[in-house]
Write a protein that binds this ligand. Sequence first.
Ligand code: UTP
Length: 229
Amino acid sequence: MRKVVVSLGGAFLKDAESIRGVANALNELSRLSKLCVVAGGGERARECIEIARELGANDAICDYIGIAITRINAKLLILALKNAYPEPFQDYRDAAQAFYASKRDENGFWKVVVMGGVSPGHTTDAVAAILAEYLNADLLLNVTTVDGVYEEDPKTHPNARKYERLTPSELTALVMRKEMKAGSRIVIDPVAAKIIERSGIKTVIVNGKNPENILKAFKGEHVGTLIAP
Ligand code: UTP
């Protein structure tokens, strides 16, 4: 059975409708593979981080606020999954033990492990990469709101070129140039890129606005950007 870790952008957890949309694809995936999902914080996290910053909080404090929101989002996602552990895990080893113990229910869904953030200094992309490394996952899926990795943010640079494939070290070089602050917007965070580089986990960055892309990437169809040595 293949082991898959999904880093799910918080944009897909903003309301019940978007959560249901992405949960359908994740439920399907949990029939085909053993699955962990790491929930992002999205705009809800950015808003709270912004308020904290205005009140004088430093980045570490803002990071903890972001983590709290990702855990709330993780809990919301759990509500929409067919067969998931009832609470988000807060520690990689606890998550891994639950993952190893995961069984199929009577409808064939493996019990899904869900996490939010863990510690300051990175985003949930890094949490997903560390968990994927810990579990020797076969695939790390980074589900985002753009079609893959671009030379510049396509939301602000509409003519930016998309990469179909990058090596882990090319990805690292690309994202290392970006500023890393609590709540910052990068397609994948530099800590995650470094973990992907050292572990060599096959990674695909896909647009989750069409949740079918999650299943396509799992099945090996080319969608988004493939990160592989
Ligand atoms: P996200 O993982 O949601 O950031 O964490 P992101 O990937 O930029 O956003 P989306 O969800 O894909 O849009 C939100 C914030 O929470 C803190 C960071 O400040 C991060 O920017 N965080 C999260 C941590 O400090 N540690 C964690 O393990 C996770």
